[in-house]
Design a protein around this ligand. Structure first.
Ligand SMILES: [Zn+2]
Length: 413
């Protein structure tokens, strides 16, 4: 058995232009589809589960005599088997294939990243050379990865290929932990040493209010034309315009933030702790109205980008249930009450601090609590006991909590 090493799989999906005539390639795709259908028909009528060995015995020589190569044959019967199984699994009818697409094993194609060309080995010894229609950058990303399978498709007069790449990831051994709290106005990020000392605190303003303004415009228009807005061109256009702004503001922000956060995490060699948004749904933060208006989808988008950028840099990401992270005292576990704008105070021990910073401290501690014992994701060997305050925020003053960290505005408009 192979090791437990985590693997990242990504597909490069691009249009491909055949060099010269595409007749043989089309012929191959038709032959392939018919062969899959032939196997589907026969397996369907057998009505038993077939092992790979049995499939091989039943179909290999037939497929070879149709002109396929050995690995083509394997792909054909395995693909047919998966089609039959999924159709049976959901009580469907016998699959009938219409589209022209073929899965090709890596032994049956050659990919040249330098010239961005793909050579497919077809039936009866034919070959087809295709030029990948894409930017060099998109292809360059996959240098050093191993490619293993591809799907070639013919759709509305165009050829498309999805080449699957795989890369083993060896997560960097974290030296610090970065906890990120998301809320309406800001994203707060705190980096802790494994000893629990706070190393860095940063806050980013979110564009939530700008998004909300567009959202309110849309709602106003829809209220004004409750039934007809879908059908009046001008009205629909106005709504689309606001929707488009919302999309571009949110993606733009999420990409920039994801990149910034991951760069910082790389610099500090951090394991990143995010709030588990699935758990958040059950919290007050995720009530229905909030959800609908702007809530979770935007957090998800931000997290998606943070995670994506982090994985690109071999950094580990862990999600933690955020329940109560902004209502419990990081010092004594007592209940926190509001004490002025965004400031929370503990009734039991008198501790006061900035609400977002408290949330990151609690997230960090919850991570330590969850993982310090069982020794999974990037253990913090000398992490503080869960009931002990992180040393950076210990003492009467909790000085770090009070510092108003510099706001960084990603939006200069
Ligand atoms: Zn307290």
């Amino acid at each position: 058995m192979r090791g437990e090493e985590p693997v990242v799989i990504e597909a490069l999906k691009v249009r491909a232009l055949p060099e010269g005539s595409c007749d043989r390639l089309l012929e191959f795709l038709i032959l392939y589809r018919d062969a899959v259908q032939m196997v589907v028909d026969r397996v369907w009528s057998l009505d038993t589960k077939l092992s790979k060995k049995k499939l091989h015995r039943l179909f290999y020589s037939d497929l070879m005599s149709m002109g396929f190569r050995a690995h083509h044959a394997k792909e054909v019967y395995m693909y047919a088997k998966s089609l039959v199984e999924s159709a049976r699994g959901n009580g469907g009818r016998k699959p009938v294939l219409r589209r022209l697409s073929a899965r090709v094993d890596r032994y049956d194609y050659r990919l040249d990243l330098d010239s961005m060309t793909l050579t497919l080995k077809l039936h009866s010894g034919y070959e087809a050379r295709l030029k990948l229609v894409t930017s060099r950058e998109r292809v360059e990303r996959f240098r050093g990865w191993s490619n293993y399978e591809l799907v070639v498709k013919y759709d509305k007069g165009e050829f498309w290929v999805s080449i699957y790449f795989r890369r083993a990831v060896k997560p960097l051994k974290p030296r610090t932990v970065m906890a990120i709290d998301l809320n309406f106005d800001n994203v707060t990020l705190a980096i802790f040493a494994l000893s629990g000392r706070l190393l860095k605190l940063k806050r980013f303003k979110t564009p939530h209010r700008r998004i909300l303004t567009h959202r309110i415009w849309i709602e106003r228009i829809q209220e004004r034309y409750p039934r007809s807005w879908r059908f009046i061109k001008g009205v629909r256009r106005a709504i689309e315009r606001h929707g488009k702004r919302i999309r571009s503001i949110s993606w733009d922000y999420a990409h920039k933030l994801g990149d910034l956060v991951a760069e910082l995490a790389l610099k500090y060699c951090s394991l990143i702790v995010l709030e588990d948004l699935e758990k958040l749904k059950e919290n007050g933060k995720g009530d229905r109205e909030f959800n609908k208006r702007l809530g979770l989808w935007f957090y998800r988008r931000i997290q998606f980008c943070v995670e994506y950028e982090a994985k690109e840099r071999n950094l580990e990401v862990v999600k933690i249930n955020p329940r109560g992270t902004s209502s419990k005292c990081p010092g004594c576990g007592g209940k926190l009450v509001e004490d002025g704008h965004r400031v929370l105070r503990c009734r039991k021990c008198g501790f006061t601090g900035d609400r977002d910073v408290i949330a990151t401290v609690n997230l960090y501690r919850r991570y330590v609590f969850k993982y310090s014992r069982c020794g999974v994701p990037g253990v913090a060997p000398n992490a503080p006991e869960p009931d002990e305050a992180p040393s950076g925020v210990r003492g009467n003053g909790y000085e770090v909590m009070k510092t108003t960290s510099s706001y960084m505005n990603l939006y200069e408009s």
